[in-house]
Design a protein around this ligand. Sequence first.
Ligand code: PHE
Length: 355
Amino acid sequence: LQGHLLTAIGASPSLDALEACRVDALGKQGRVTQLLKTLGAMTPEQRQEQGPAIHGLREAVTAAIASRKAALEQAALDQRLAAERVDLTLPADTAPTGTIHPVSQVMDELAEIFADLGFAVATGPEIETDWHNFTALNIPETHPARAMHDTFYLQQGLDAKAAGEADERATFSLLRTHTSPVQIRTMLNGNPPIRIIAPGRTYRSDSDATHTPMFHQVEGLVIDKGITLGHLKWTLETFLKAFFERDDIVLRLRPSYFPFTEPSAEVDVGYTLQKGKRVIGGSGDDANGGWMEVLGSGMVHPKVIAACGLDPAEWQGFAFGCGIDRLAMLKYGMDDLRAFFDGDIRWLKHYGFSA
Ligand code: PHE
C-alpha cells in the first residue's frame, strides 16, 4: 500500500490531483485512516506489532504530500515568473515631445551672448502705459507712431484716461509697440551703471509676409559714465559676430532718427548672395553682396535720461532695438514670418530645436 500511495502522490500532476490523493489516503474514509482505526480494536500485543508500521505509513504519506505540494507550488511560481517577466532591455515607447520654438531658441542665444558681455535680462509688461511707451521716450503726441493704425489701444485704458484718471504712469492703455519702455522701467527702478537686454513680445497693427500683429524685439540699454558711439558699435559688432557665428560680419551705421536717441543710427549688415540666397557675412559693397537693415540704435536722448530721474550731465548711454523674428529668419533660413505663429506641427518639427 505504501509504495502505491507514494507513487500516486509523486506523480500528481497538479495541486488538485494531489488533494485527491490526500483525501484517498488521509481523509475521513481514507485508506490510511481506516488502518489507523483498526488499531483501537487490537490487543496490546497486536498494536505493539502493527502500530509502528501504520504510524510510519501515515508519516511517510504526510511527508510525501508536503514535499509534492512544495514542488508543485514552486513549479507554478517559476511558470508565473517566466510568463510575467518584464524585459527591461526592450526599447521603450517614446513619448511624443515638442521642440523649442526658433524664437525661444534665439532669445536663449541672445541672453547667453549678452551675459558674456555683462548684460542682465530685464522684462516689462506687454500692456503698457502711454507714458512709458511714448511720452517718457520723447515721442510727442503728434508723432506718427502714435497713430491709431499702428498702436493697439485698450478701450478700458482710454476710458480711464478720458475720465481724467490721475496717474498717467499707472494707466495701462495700449499694447507696447516696442521693447523700449523697458528702458524707462529699468532706469526708474535701478541705479546706473546699467547693462541690460530686454527680449519680449511687441504689438503693431500690421500684417503681411514680413509683419505680424505680434512680433518679438530685443532691446539693449547701457547707461554709465563716458559712454560713446564707439562702445555701441563694438557691442553690436561683437554681438552679431557671436550670433551669426562668423568673423566676417561688416556693419554699416546709417544716420537715422528716433525720438529717444540722439544721434540715431540704423545698422545694416553686409550679406553675400549664395545660390540666390542672402547669407549674412562679407561687405555689402562686394560685387555679389548688399546691405540689410537689422536694427535701430543710438545714444540715449538726454531728455529720456532726465525723464527717468537721472542727470544727463552725469550719465550717458546707448540703446538699440532689434527684431528677434527677423534674426531667427536670417540665421535659420525661414522666409515667411507668418509661419512662426501658425502653430503648424510640421513646421515646428522642421525648424524647432530639441530640448
Ligand atoms: N524702438 C525702436 C523700434 O521699435 C528701435 C530702437 C530701440 C531704436 C532703441 C533706437 C534705440 O523701431
